[in-house]
Design a protein around this ligand. Structure first.
Ligand code: JA8
Length: 236
């Protein structure tokens, strides 16, 4: 898989070289490239040089803040997005990013993250590439607003790449983790068996694997009911 990240803060993604993703890159499971959006702002729409490499402008219709220019984004995405690539635009107005979507995106040949700042990217950019036949996703991490798309893009990059076959050493751990089966994961314990007066549940010391599996599933259901009832399947 190739992952391209377009941003006005390319240095933000230098961490990709040291994270777990770095090993995957070395294993050539993932190729990442970071692109400075300002490299595509050297000339104005009329072709004259733009020494300020402007990437934003005032919003039509008025309102606070600035909107990122479609012509600059168009040059950048045209240069980066490949046939079959998915354009992912982090946005507080996007659909919620989930483990299921991460697994879906892990099968794509390329992801291009368009990391917006200010009040976001001109809406015609997403419209243009969808109309051109590309899969375009506007995606949010949750019901809160960040200062830009970079943090969201990094989080999604990690969530997706760890699901690529061969990336994680222990494929079974992926199957058992939270959200893999639609439920929150069960509580985990390790030695010592007693710590500051707190004991590990006896069932886990019993060696009875069928009962342990049953207890763990019940713990998943109990946790999901109390912490994330929205994840439970509808009754019936
Ligand atoms: N939750 C999110 N907030 C933001 C803000 C901006 Br500005 C760009 C992308 C995102 S994703």
């Amino acid at each position: 898989m190739r992952i391209d990240l377009i941003t006005i803060f390319p240095e933000f993604f230098s961490v990709l070289d040291v994270s777990l993703l770095g090993k995957a890159r070395q294993a050539e499971l993932v190729q990442t490239r970071v692109h400075d959006l300002r490299d595509y702002a050297a000339f104005k729409a009329d072709g004259s040089p733009d020494v300020h490499r402007t990437v934003d402008d005032a919003p039509f219709g008025g309102g606070a803040g600035m909107v990122m220019k479609p012509d600059v984004w168009g040059k950048a995405i045209d240069d980066v997005l490949e046939p079959g690539g998915v354009l992912v635009i982090p946005s507080p107005a996007g659909t919620l990013f989930t483990q299921a979507l991460a697994a879906d995106l892990a099968t794509a040949p390329q992801l291009v993250f368009a990391c917006g700042r200010y009040e976001g990217i001109d809406a015609r950019v997403a419209e243009h590439y969808a109309a051109a036949g590309h899969r375009v996703l506007e995606v949010s991490l949750g019901d809160y607003v960040l200062n830009g798309g970079e943090v969201a893009a990094f989080a999604m990059t990690e969530a997706v790449t760890r699901l690529i076959p061969g990336f994680m050493g222990n494929a079974q751990s992926i199957v058992e983790e939270s959200h893999a089966d639609g439920l929150l994961e069960y509580p985990s314990y390790t030695r010592p068996a007693t710590w500051r007066g707190h004991d590990v549940p006896d069932i886990l010391l019993s060696g009875h694997h069928a009962r342990i599996e049953e207890w763990r599933h019940e713990q998943q259901l109990q946790r999901t009911r109390t912490r994330r009832p929205d994840l439970l399947p509808p009754e019936g």
